[in-house]
Ligand binder design. Structure first.
Ligand SMILES: NC(=O)c1ccc[n+]([C@@H]2O[C@H](COP(=O)([O-])OP(=O)(O)OC[C@H]3O[C@@H](n4cnc5c(N)ncnc54)[C@H](OP(=O)(O)O)[C@@H]3O)[C@@H](O)[C@H]2O)c1
Length: 297
């Protein structure tokens, strides 16, 4: 049995698909039975509850041979750091008490860097650093999966792109980042969960097909969304923070977004291994853009 957290999400959804296609028994975890219907339709056992509840998670992990865990994040509710700590502690305690022998944990590039006061060093990645530290206290075989920037993260900005004809952010235009389609992250994780062939703690970066500037990604995304003229505008950090707050994002999350971008800009968040065949994955931005549904058009 393999337990998959976030089974209705980007990476977890892909993992459920891949594991079920291979005939693996899967327990699919999420908060809503309706949203888990797709996983159930693939033959996974739906397991409905909140990851902040360690007793619920303990049952989700019971007798599992392996588990995929991630830190669900909701940047539109305030108290990001406290929410992440609650979920992170819950996941760690449930893994400890259930004794799952193989764990693949979704983290991020930059998670080796301590977040520092107010998580200023790397923004959102600071809580993933804390989670890596918690998970390291477990007596289990652990893969810390550290992907680059998800291509899917651009989709949060589609409404604003349509309204303004541009994509605005505070990443420097000449900074090329590893960008990865979440299907590649899911495929790497599913393969690890099936094979269970490592021991101890292993870090595995997942860098996508190429390093891209935001402008290069937007130049592919625009036409796929029916906006051939879409361009990237780098706006000052304080303007970006104000823009996010204006769109309803709480102060702390807006500040963490800009701090994360600063860490991209100055190289604090980067691949430690360097790009190579072991961390490059197949899906190019062009292939990813072709898979975007007509619904986004
Ligand atoms: N965006 C990036 O560029 C990037 C890069 C590197 C790493 N990451 C990390 O990737 C992670 C997100 O992964 P993802 O994109 O695969 O997830 P996602 O698509 O955002 O989906 C989140 C999943 O978690 C579930 N969930 C949310 N809150 C929950 C709760 N309280 N209890 C139980 N389940 C809950 C959701 O299901 P329901 O809503 O159905 O319950 C959903 O299945 C984050 O930890 C982020 O830091 C992101």
């Amino acid at each position: 049995m393999i337990t998959v957290l976030g089974a209705t999400g980007n990476t977890g959804g892909r993992i459920v698909e891949r594991l079920r296609a291979a005939g693996e028994p899967v327990r699919a975890v999420g908060r809503d039975a309706g949203r888990l219907a797709r996983a159930a339709g693939l033959g996974a056992q739906p397991h409905v509850g909140d990851a902040g509840d360690p007793a619920f998670l303990r049952r989700a992990f019971e007798n599992a041979d392996a588990a995929y865990v991630l830190m669900p994040m909701d940047v539109m509710t305030s108290g990001y750091a406290a929410q992440q700590a609650t979920v992170g502690e819950s996941i760690t305690e449930a893994l400890r008490s259930s004794g799952v022998p193989y764990v693949v944990a979704l983290s991020s590039l930059g998670a080796e860097v301590p977040g520092g006061p107010n998580l200023d060093a790397t923004g959102f990645m600071g809580t993933l650093h804390e989670q890596e530290q918690r998970l390291a206290t477990l007596d289990t075989n652990l893969v810390l999966l550290r992907p680059g920037l998800f291509l899917e993260s651009f989709l949060h900005g589609v409404d604003a792109m349509r309204a303004h004809g541009t994509h605005a952010d505070s990443i420097d235009p000449d900074v090329a980042l590893p960008m990865v389609a979440t299907r590649d992250v899911g495929d790497v994780a599913a393969d690890l969960l099936r094979r269970r062939s490592w021991s101890g703690t292993v870090v595995r970066e997942v860098l996508g097909a190429a390093d891209l500037t935001v402008g290069e990604a937007v130049a592919v995304l625009g036409p796929a969304l029916g906006m051939p003229g879409l361009s990237y505008v780098r706006i000052p950090d304080d303007e970006m923070e104000a823009l996010l707050r204006g769109a309803g994002m709480p102060d702390d999350a807006a500040r963490l977004h800009v701090a994360m971008n600063r860490a991209f800009n100055d190289g604090t968040v980067a691949s430690l291994a360097g790009r190579g065949p072991g961390n490059t994955t197949p899906t190019t931005v062009e292939e990813w853009a072709r898979t975007l549904s007509g619904a986004l058009r």
